[in-house]
Design a protein around this ligand. Structure first.
Ligand code: PLP
Length: 301
């Protein structure tokens, strides 16, 4: 089982970079040694390192097809922990039934409830697991936690030590990944701009949780750039432009997805076309999402 996460793997992507007109490097968090890897692995391994496995039950929440919940279920199965998930997003349940089957196969339990009932269900689950004798560890949705942000700060500091970059692009959801990387940029000697590309939230809702995560990672004054113009209307929504850039990535052998990484790469493509990445070394922080694209349907035009 995984009990320590290797450093971020950085690769030079010359041909894809040429198609985009930039000097492109990719941080491959999608290649961590873990099934269907992505940024949730680094965050959750850091979170689980803090708990005593004996008699612990994990409780957390997410959308029905959440990468966070799937990764948590997998890590819990490896450790012999009981795991229970409060899932929302009922209207997509049918379409994403494969995600639920994975949770079941890993021995996790779950309930699917309307988003408004998630908080109450967490309390109910805690009470019932405690009455069964478990010590309950509730993890914030998306693993938006101080340990998650610190894990990304440390990973990014190591990456910046290996390669001096000018601009980092990262898909941003709850913000612990971007917040950790932004803290690393502000703590490094280099002049690095970190651009978070929102996959769901508007800037007025999303930028604050990124800043919160940067503060957890020791940089309350880190510069936060959170672009909300590449969301295609919200979480899980897509567009012809996103599909085109996802297909471009796949043709070069870089598996992008329409829910997360495709939105960030659409931002890279757009900003490069505006001439704003000339002479810049660009690090694209690949956060995973392979599962999401396979479920969504690969290769649609
Ligand atoms: C969860 C997730 C993100 C967003 O990470 P946050 O730390 O919540 O901002 C980005 N990409 C993928 C593939 C994810 O699963």
């Amino acid at each position: 089982m995984i009990d320590g996460v290797p450093p971020v793997r950085i690769e030079r992507w010359a041909a894809l970079g040429d198609s985009l007109g930039i000097e492109l490097y990719v941080a491959r968090e999608d290649l961590l040694p873990f099934p269907l890897a992505g940024n949730k692995v680094r965050k959750l391994v850091a979170e689980l390192a803090s708990i005593d496995d004996r008699g612990t039950a994990l409780v957390t929440n997410g959308a029905v097809d959440s990468n966070h919940c799937r990764t948590a279920a997998w890590l819990a199965a490896e450790r012999g922990l009981r795991a229970h998930f409060i899932l929302h997003d009922q209207e997509r349940q049918g379409r994403n039934a494969a995600g639920l089957r994975v949770l079941e196969a890993l021995g996790a339990s779950y309930v699917v409830v309307p988003a408004a009932e998630v908080a109450a269900e967490i309390t109910t689950a805690r009470t019932s697991l405690e009455s069964e004798g478990y010590s309950v560890h509730v993890i914030a949705g998306g693993c938006h936690t101080p340990r998650g942000a610190i894990a990304y700060r440390d990973a990014a500091l190591a990456a910046f030590g290996e390669l001096s970059v000018d601009t980092v692009f990262v898909p941003s959801g709850t913000g612990a990944t971007q917040g950790g990387i932004a803290a690393a940029a502000s703590q490094s000697e280099l002049d690095i701009e970190v651009v978070g590309v929102s996959v769901a939230r508007s800037a007025d809702r999303g930028a604050g949780t990124v800043a919160e995560a940067a503060a957890w990672a020791g940089s309350p004054n880190a510069d936060i750039t959170f672009l909300d113009g590449f969301r295609a209307g919200g979480y899980g929504r897509t567009s012809a432009e996103i599909r085109a850039v996802v297909n471009l990535g796949w043709r070069h052998g870089l598996p992008l997805d329409e829910t997360y990484t495709g939105k960030a790469m659409w931002a890279v493509e757009t900003i490069a076309r505006e001439g704003r990445l000339v002479d810049k070394r660009v690090l694209f922080w690949h956060t995973g999402g392979l599962w999401n694209q396979l479920v969504k349907g690969l290769g649609r035009a």
